[in-house]
Design a protein around this ligand. Structure first.
Ligand SMILES: [Zn+2]
Length: 400
């Protein structure tokens, strides 16, 4: 009996080692949850419509995205150093600017400079000076496993102004996961990227072969609406694809750098959205760049001005669970729709210009009449902050 138990133990331990030797990302599970949500069809339709409409506005400027890294630690090793965090930010600023030395892994493929840069936030949501790093001790094992069971126990900053990255214990079978923009099944407290502490950065508690910071590059790709190159499921098939024209259709996950062919073409193994080891990766394609920038312009639009908002130190309270501002862009009247307004029906609307200067304040006492009249304002980009003393939200507005 003892022998059988020991054998069972060894087999079980062996299978865990095998599972950990392969990259696995929790995004497919996230996608599956989203596809089962009653609002899934509306979510897909709105996204496609937004992408169709934004094409004309596409620009190619460098966008600086404020980042907050939340370190949540139960074990000492999980309380990663600031040097480890900085090493990850450095990787992002190479990978998203085509400055990584290993673009050579992608020879023959499209290699894009996405023109996203990542900066640790200099202000917290209350406007106080910040390092862009929070540290929280926990007694909960697997606090960042791929479920929303513990999401409310994790600190979170306004996802409309910051890219939240939680670095913590993600459990044994995934390296990390992320939510795509406007996922219908999550709250603002969950919107961001979750990475295991030993796959984050290039120094400190990292673990080969995921020691070059590519798990975070990969997950931020998902955060900006990229799918895995084999599509959004785990069933080997040429019927599902990532919807990007310059990444060849691929049947299934790929785990190593050897040349592979599927669906009648060579697979692009160097892509950051593969499951290959960190040192095999080297590129996003131009098609992926366009998708990520469209996702930012349409669905994470206020992030591109987050750096400015940090400087103006507009303070935040709790978020309305949903804020709509439409039609946007527009010539004159903008309608505001809020969800989860609590018990207070006195709304203050503040409009800031690109220089962070307050240009208009209005107070309304009826949620159904929440309008902003910009008819006499100069054309341009503005930020609108709506608050009722209990909740608040900041949105970008374009007057043209
Ligand atoms: Zn993934």
């Amino acid at each position: 009996m003892k022998k059988i138990s020991l054998l069972y133990f060894l087999l079980a331990a062996g299978s865990i080692v095998l599972a950990q030797a392969k990259r696995t990302c929790g995004f497919d599970q996230v996608q599956q949850q989203i596809s089962q949500h009653p609002d899934f069809n509306t979510y897909q339709k709105n996204k496609q419509l937004a992408y169709k409409n934004v094409r004309l506005q596409k620009t190619d400027t460098v966008i600086r995205i404020p980042v907050v890294v939340h370190v949540i630690h139960r074990l000492a090793a999980e309380n990663i150093s600031t040097a480890q965090i900085n090493s990850q930010i450095a990787v992002l600023n190479k990978d998203f600017r085509k400055k990584n030395a290993d673009t050579t892994n992608a020879t023959g493929w499209s290699i894009a400079d996405v023109k996203f840069e990542f900066v640790l936030a200099t202000r917290d949501p209350s406007g106080n000076t910040s390092t862009g790093i929070t540290r929280t001790a926990t007694t909960i094992d697997n606090i960042c496993a791929n479920s929303n069971q513990y999401a409310t126990l994790r600190p979170a900053w306004n996802p409309e102004r910051y890219l939240n990255i939680w670095v913590c214990d993600v459990g044994d079978f995934i390296l990390g996961f992320a939510y795509p923009p406007n996922a219908p099944n999550i709250s603002p407290a969950e919107d961001g990227v979750v990475i295991g502490h030993n796959y984050f950065g290039t120094v400190g508690s990292i673990q080969a072969p995921w020691n070059l910071g590519r798990t975070t590059t990969h997950e931020i790709g998902h955060y900006f609406d990229l799918l895995h190159l084999w599509g959004n499921d785990n069933n080997p098939s040429c019927n599902t694809d990532d919807g990007i024209a310059d990444t060849p259709n691929q049947a299934d996950e790929e785990y190593n750098c050897a040349t592979r062919t599927s669906c009648g073409s060579v697979d692009q193994l160097s892509n950051f959205l593969q499951y290959v080891d960190d040192d095999c990766m080297g590129n996003f394609t131009l098609g992926q760049k366009n998708r990520m920038r469209m996702a930012l312009y349409t669905q994470r639009d206020s992030l591109q001005f987050g750096d400015l908002l940090n400087l103006t130190s507009i303070s935040e309270q709790n978020l309305f669970s949903k804020t709509l501002l439409y039609p946007n862009p527009n010539h004159g009247l903008f309608q505001i729709e809020l969800t989860n307004v609590g018990g207070l029906n006195r709304f203050e609307i503040e409009v800031y210009n690109m220089a962070g200067k307050l240009v208009a304040v209005e107070t309304k006492t009826n949620q159904s009449g929440l309008l902003i009249n910009m008819e006499t304002a100069a054309n341009g980009v503005y930020f609108v902050r709506i608050t009722n003393g209990e909740f608040s939200s900041t949105k970008k507005l374009i007057k043209h």
